[in-house]
Design a binder for this molecule. Structure first.
Ligand code: UD1
Ligand code: CA
Length: 453
């Protein structure tokens, strides 16, 4: 891979047709913004240095994308060529510059690599990428001479009837020799129907300066689908869902209904795991083998080991070890670490807690900021009172403790190993190991009371 490869991503447009207060490139496809996909594909293809040209709500774009890339600012959106001009310093004089659009999230790293080798093998000063589109309306058309060599790109609004009949369209992906691009940009004009500086015109300028310019025709048009509206966004999302789910199924994961299972690009799932309908898996989640996930489950940035069963539950930044069951209707919040053979049952919420092997938290329980040992049994309705309105405190429950139903554990508090709390107890002092703690009022029975009433 060419170590000099720089990438410019055009991302300054508002995207008027999105009809949104959010800049176009920040719209999400599954769990990531469109711009993130383009950045990730560039990095995977070996890009050394990336510059995003931002404009509309640029501060918001920077905040969302962070310092993974450099930025150039285009104050006024005067066209794609003008956008690239703003990255002039970044372009420099050496090596090649790849230009991508922030609104084409489906581009694959392999395709970027292919474009690069095509460019290098042909010795081109500029290489464009085209595809054949039935109903090419809206795209720039690739105009070739009688020999079939590249001549120019004509935009929809500028084309003659003959030119607009051409079905070979410009994908918006290009690679330029840095020096040739800079020269061409300096003589770019905006004398066209839209009064814009078109990046597409640099191709023609470079050719006319006597250098070689070529166009690579790609076979998979879906990779270059540009998002201009929310309708396009749904089309792209559907295509990505299909691409990702097919990859997992071919790797041995069972996806019962791939049409309503949404798995993010960065999730990893091992073979023989079954994903049931209505499941969403986001972020850098990893799932082991022999798991059953779903139905109707959301898992975000979590690590799930082997043989785990998660049913109708939500997991956020959680770790779940082998052969544990979660749900139905459990909520594992950030900082949750669950051991092996644990049972987290219905209407259980766990936050920032460690639950060790063999423990059962079967129903209607909140465990927050706690360290729970092995083989602990939580009775129904246990609550750790971890927050006094100002500070948060930890609860410690040692191995083999038995927490009776409806126990309140007022932190900081510790229940020793093999200790038992009686049902309905409010525990605010430590319970020594092997002790029984009863902390509730004694029952009083008033005989004949209802008769007198
Ligand atoms: C562009 C191409 C067209 C191609 C199509 C492929 C030009 C003149 N036309 O048209 O040939 O077929 O892409 O999808 O390049 N942007 C800026 N600053 C600007 C204008 C645009 O950063 O001043 C960014 C947008 O945010 C977007 C990208 O450039 O990410 C493409 O702009 P867009 O207006 O969508 O170009 P198209 O009309 O689709
Ligand atoms: Ca576009």
């Amino acid at each position: 891979m060419n170590k000099n490869l720089k990438v410019i991503i055009l991302a300054a447009g508002q995207g008027t047709r999105m009809k949104s207060k959010v800049p176009k490139v920040l719209h999400k496809v599954l769990d990531k913004t469109m711009l993130d996909y383009v950045i990730d594909a560039s990095l995977k293809a070996g890009a050394e240095d990336i510059c995003a040209v931002v404009g509309h709500k640029s501060m918001l774009v920077r905040k969302m994308i962070g310092d993974r890339v450099k930025y150039a600012v285009q104050k006024e959106q005067l066209g794609t060529g003008h956008a690239v001009m703003q990255a002039g310093d970044f372009i420099g004089e050496e090596g090649n510059v790849l230009v991508l659009c922030g609104d084409t999230p489906l581009i694959k790293p392999e395709t970027i690599e292919k474009i690069l080798s095509f460019h290098t093998e042909k010795g081109n000063a500029a290489t464009g990428v085209s595809f054949i589109k039935e109903g090419p309306k809206g795209y720039g058309r690739i105009i070739r001479d009688e020999k079939g060599d590249f001549e120019k790109i004509v935009e929809q609004k500028d084309g003659s009837a003959t030119e607009l009949a051409v079905k070979e369209v410009n994908s918006g992906v290009y690679i330029f020799e840095a020096k040739a691009l800079k020269e061409a940009l300096s003589s770019l004009k905006n004398s066209n129907a839209q009064g814009e500086y078109y990046l597409t015109d640099t191709m023609e300028l470079i050719k006319n300066s006597g250098k070689t310019v070529g166009v690579m025709t790609a076979d998979d048009e879906s990779e270059f689908l540009g998002v201009n509206s929310k309708l396009d966004l749904s089309v792209v999302t559907k295509a990505l869902v299909k691409r990702i789910n097919e990859k997992h199924m071919l790797n041995g994961v069972t996806i019962v209904n791939p049409e309503n299972t949404y798995i993010g690009q960065d999730a990893e799932i091992e073979a023989d795991t079954i994903i049931l309908p209505g499941t969403t898996i986001e972020g850098k989640t990893t799932i082991g083998t022999d798991c059953v996930i779903g139905p109707n489950t959301q898992i975000v940035s979590s690590e799930i080991k082997d043989g785990v069963n998660v049913k109708m539950s939500v997991l956020m930044n959680a770790y779940v070890d082998n052969y544990t069951t979660v749900g139905p209707f459990a909520y594992l919040r950030p900082g949750t670490k669950i051991g092996e053979h644990v049972r987290i049952g219905n209407f259980v919420e766990i936050k920032n807690s460690n639950i060790d092997d063999g423990t059962k938290v079967s129903h209607l329980t909140y465990v927050g900021d706690s360290d729970v040992g092995k083989n602990v049994n939580f009775g129904c309705g246990t609550v750790t009172a971890n927050y006094d309105g100002v500070h948060k405190y930890r609860t410690t429950i040692e191995d083999n403790a038995f927490i009776g139903c409806n126990t309140n554990l007022i932190a900081p508090v510790k229940v020793g190993e093999n200790a038992v709390t009686a049902a309905g107890s409010t525990i605010n002092n430590d319970v020594p190991p092997h002790a029984l703690s009863i902390a509730r009022k004694r029952q009083v029975n008033i005989s004949g009371w209802t008769d007198k009433k």
